[in-house]
Design a protein around this ligand. Structure first.
Ligand SMILES: [Fe+2]
Ligand SMILES: [Fe+2]
Length: 292
């Protein structure tokens, strides 16, 4: 079934989730069945592929070091909204999906599928909570941010781009590409300085990390902060910036990734029935309200 809906004007992808669907073609589920493969092939029509490509062209061109600094100044004041996690979930779910409703799930369903798959495997409750909230940073879309500044693979800025990042050729249009400070292997950073010293391209990972960083254990924070850093957790392209703690914590990031990518269950989770469990879980770790 091909998509019939229209893209919004000046928006490269039909939907921010087209990026995550594209990830599945780059990193297919090793356990997927041939029927699932077939369904996926039908879903990925050329128009969507072109949309994702254009999305990455914009992302790689405009995510400069200075852009990241500017977004940090703008969003890390947390003066946009104060809301409970539940209000934030409801708010995120207003991110209306214009694409094919037969295939697409709303944001809450993706979060619940991820967290329920983690729970079913018997992981600690903070890991389940991480699955449940990991994409809350996508509320950036609702604050008017363009797709290329909310989703997409993240990568370090301020140093050379790895050719392991998707569509590396698009970086030649990024002004940082011709700035010699930024184009040695470690750029402005010391080798093995640790990722905490390294600025990543701006998006929903870093934003949510900054919102919840005082409330969750380190492995949870790494999963939130680096879940879109495919060039590292899948390709190990930035070992030269990582310290010992990063390497230990990335074991958790790697553990998290299959739940994010491959947890699309055939029957959508029953959000209403699950709510009491998640209410208790959220109350255990997070304050009554969070500042966005
Ligand atoms: Fe995400
Ligand atoms: Fe996700």
């Amino acid at each position: 079934m091909k998509s019939t809906s229209k893209k919004k004007e000046n928006t490269p992808m039909y939907d921010v989730d087209d990026w995550e669907n594209d990830l599945l073609s780059r990193y297919p589920d090793p356990e997927e069945t041939s029927k699932q493969k077939e369904e996926f092939r039908n879903y990925v029509d050329s128009d969507r592929v072109d949309g994702v490509r254009e999305f990455y062209r914009l992302n790689h061109q405009f995510q400069t070091y200075d852009f990241v600094c500017e977004k940090e100044r703008e969003f890390l004041k947390f003066d946009k909204r104060e809301m409970s996690l539940w209000d934030a979930v409801a708010f995120l779910n207003t991110l209306v999906d214009d694409s094919d409703p037969d295939i697409e799930l709303d944001q809450l369903q993706h979060l619940l599928q991820t967290s329920e798959a983690i729970r079913a495997d018997g992981h600690p409750d903070w890991f389940v909570l991480t699955g449940f909230i990991h994409d809350m940073g996508k509320v950036l879309c609702l604050f008017g941010e363009p797709q290329w500044a909310v989703v997409g693979d993240t990568f370090p800025v301020g140093c050379a781009y790895s050719d392991k990042i998707v569509y590396p050729e698009f970086f030649k249009d990024n002004p940082d590409y011709s700035d010699e400070r930024f184009q040695t292997k470690s750029g402005i950073y010391e080798a093995h300085c640790g990722l905490d010293q390294v600025k990543m391209s701006w998006g929903h990972d870093e934003y949510l990390y900054q919102i919840v960083k005082d409330h969750l254990p380190d492995p949870a924070l790494y999963m939130i902060r680096y879940h879109s850093f495919y060039a590292q957790h899948r390709e190990a392209a930035y070992d030269h910036l990582m310290n010992k703690k990063d390497h230990e914590m990335f074991e958790w990031v790697k553990k998290f990734n299959p739940y994010d990518l491959y947890s699309k269950a055939p029957t959508p989770p029953d959000a209403k029935a699950l709510k009491p469990y998640y209410e208790d879980l959220v109350a255990k770790y997070l304050p009554d309200t969070l500042k966005f």
